[in-house]
Design a protein around this ligand. Structure first.
Ligand SMILES: C[S@@+](CC[C@H](N)C(=O)[O-])C[C@H]1O[C@@H](n2cnc3c(N)ncnc32)[C@H](O)[C@@H]1O
Length: 355
């Protein structure tokens, strides 16, 4: 049997390696951009040494809780090592090949370069953009193929650890339905993207019925490939708009939503919250994870402001000032709790039981 200490050291080494790789890539790609696309470099505020120190500390706290919750059995420790190295190694050169078109788009302030074969009628207008200057926006297999690695680089290897923070509140919330057969419980992940959260939920809750929904067929295809590449994993994948979901009233016992809200205009954020309310059964949990905000993380304001200056994130500035808790309260959610983990804030709310 492998000693837990050894596993912990292996995990810390893995995270350290991912973090370093992310930093090196960002440093190198910024230098190359300065060389080849000098006119397109946005003006951002330099990050102080103190802020970097605080950032490193916050990252180490995230890794600590990630390890501790695995040790507590909230998810198996194998989750901590679930990194598709071969896939990412094969995608890395494609990221470099894609960078010049990203720089060009940023330079020309071209934010609506969407594939020609897309029918704009079936998407909300706010969606038809190159979020983070991404080639094709969310609307091609090329974009879906690169997404996971890009996010991993952006967050210095912590993206999955931040996503995993929904698992403890999710399991806790489902205890309200403990008298039922777990196989009868339905958990929905909206804006599921390439499906990494679905795998995490599946490993923590092997028996529940799991549904992933997204607007992008390309991202759902990528999620399908990921799920099919694992033995014994099963999840339904549904194309749909989180503002108007193709699910019956009170048909889910829990809904998770990760990294969607900062890409929605304020009205759409409210619509999604209300739609989650409709689809949840009383007693059900809504667990929302997205960027930290100015009110909860004022010391990280430089980073938050640099983010929307550097990347095309048209709703981020509004999002980091938005009062999500108030939105949840206004939609009648109760037992609202929020916690920050590195760059992610997790809100956990319950649809109350009928009187
Ligand atoms: C930043 S990605 C997050 C994906 C995934 N949850 C993750 O953890 O990486 C945002 C996702 O939201 C999806 N999306 C955006 N607007 C949507 C909407 N109105 N309804 C459903 N999905 C939407 C996009 O297609 C994309 O997959």
């Amino acid at each position: 049997m492998t000693s837990p200490n050894l596993v912990k050291i292996a995990y810390q080494t893995l995270q350290g390696g991912k973090g370093l790789a992310g930093l090196v890539h960002k440093e190198l790609s910024t230098k190359v951009m300065e060389l080849f696309s000098p006119g397109g470099i946005p003006v951002t505020t330099p990050v102080s040494k103190e802020l970097l120190k605080e950032l490193r500390h916050s990252m180490s706290l995230l890794e600590k809780v990630d390890w501790e919750e695995a040790e507590q059995g909230i998810y198996p420790t194998t989750q901590l090592f679930d990194t598709p190295w071969l896939d990412w190694a094969s995608k890395y050169p494609l990221i470099w090949r894609d960078l010049p078109s990203t720089w060009e788009r940023r330079k020309r302030r071209n934010t609506r370069e969407i594939p020609k074969n897309i029918d704009p009628e079936i998407y909300p207008d706010y969606y038809l953009q190159n979020f983070h200057h991404q080639t094709d926006g969310y609307l091609s297999d090329h974009s879906a193929g690169l997404y996971d690695l890009q996010v991993e680089i952006l967050f210095n290897g912590t993206a999955d650890a931040m996503r995993r923070r929904v698992l403890a509140p999710l399991k806790l919330g489902l205890r309200r339905f403990h008298s039922r057969n777990p196989a009868s419980l339905r958990v929905l992940d909206i804006a599921t993207g390439t499906g990494r959260t679905l795998l995490q939920i599946r490993s923590a809750l092997p028996e529940v019925e799991l549904i992933g929904m997204d607007l992008s067929t390309s991202y759902l295809r990528q999620a399908s490939r990921l799920i099919n590449s694992r033995n014994n994993e099963l999840a339904q994948l549904v194309r749909g708009n989180a503002e108007k979901m193709p699910f019956a009233d009170e048909s889910m016992q829990a809904i998770t939503c990760i990294f969607l809200f900062h890409e929605l205009p304020p009205k759409a954020r409210q619509n999604v919250i209300e739609e989650c309310w409709r689809v949840l059964e009383p007693g059900g949990s809504f667990i929302l994870a997205d960027s930290i905000q100015l009110a909860d993380s004022p010391s990280f304001s430089t980073l938050l402001e640099n983010f929307y200056k550097f990347f095309h994130e048209p709703y981020y500035k509004d999002y980091i000032n938005d009062d999500i808790e108030l939105r949840l309260k206004n939609s009648q959610f109760e037992c609202i709790k929020a916690q920050s983990h590195f760059m992610t804030r997790i809100w956990n709310a319950m649809k109350p039981f009928a009187n």
